[in-house]
Design a protein around this ligand. Sequence first.
Ligand code: GTP
Ligand code: MG
Length: 322
Amino acid sequence: MAETVLDLDLSNIQGIGPRKREKLIDGGIESVLDLAAALPGDVKEVLGGNREGASRMLLSARIFLEKSGLMDKEFMTADEVLERRRTLMRCTTGSEGFDDLLKGGIETQAITELFGEFGTGKSQICHTLAAMCQLPLEEGGLGGTCLFIDTENTFRPERLKEIAEARELDSSEILKRVVLCKVYNSSHLELVVRSLGKYIEQYGARLVVVDSVISLHRAEFIGRGTLAERQQRLNDMIHRLLRVGEIYNVAVVVTNQVLARPDLFFGDPTKPTGGHVIAHACTYRIYLKKAARDRVAVIVDSPCHPYSETRFRITEKGIEDV
Ligand code: GTP
Ligand code: MG
């Protein structure tokens, strides 16, 4: 993981001389970690040349990280995978029931998607996590800061302060360790996600929140003709998020809206937006719904969790058990 002291200068990679190194840095690819998290198209854009050359360079960066133990090997035995999973960390959500649903909390090296109708508590969970991730590991946190990417202008520092105080945490410290990034359009969001590695290092982040992940794309790409491009760009962005989560050992939490499905007469008439692109890239998907005064969270499509659900409540502590 990124905390090991290791020389991650680009010059460690074969084929990167001083000139290429400088160009890459100018293009925002500043370290071997950034390079490994990049896409071939990014490198091609910065250095020119062909795609194969760019792909080879990315592969070299990955191999470098594998050898340094910072990244998974392409092929691993199951016990190696198990060992690797021991390095992942879990962040408490502030609700025991919710933590149990997730077998201990929000995981690093993964994307957790919260989806549900308006008012189901997606942003409230994000605010709570922004405080909880700062707790030390032994108290269930991740011992790091939170990068909070707000696309809907719904982040409220006052609310974060209230949550911290209700939990008897030092609210002025908590507020200092949540770094807010307001984004205004889909291109801006994509740009921020491209540079995420740099910000994670700069601010010592262990949690990245994107609230919400596709609303901007949805609002800007209207009509059938634009759907393919929208999905392509979302796909690109969400895979970058996943790679960044893996390489920097951070937890990534994204929120998503639901589509009304008036054509369905039975069952739940809602499903998350973003289609397969989002569905396949997210490691854990949690469906939130209202239940009188409370909220219900259901884990769906998880690779390793049985179907289960939990009730929680939105209070001055953020979220907590009923
Ligand atoms: P959209 O972003 O509109 O899709 O909704 P969301 O799922 O993000 O909803 P959000 O997390 O904003 O939850 C809104 C609900 O949280 C409201 O219906 C309120 O019941 C509750 N809530 C919001 N702010 C506070 C607060 O400061 N204190 C308490 N106790 N509850 C709050
Ligand atoms: Mg919200």
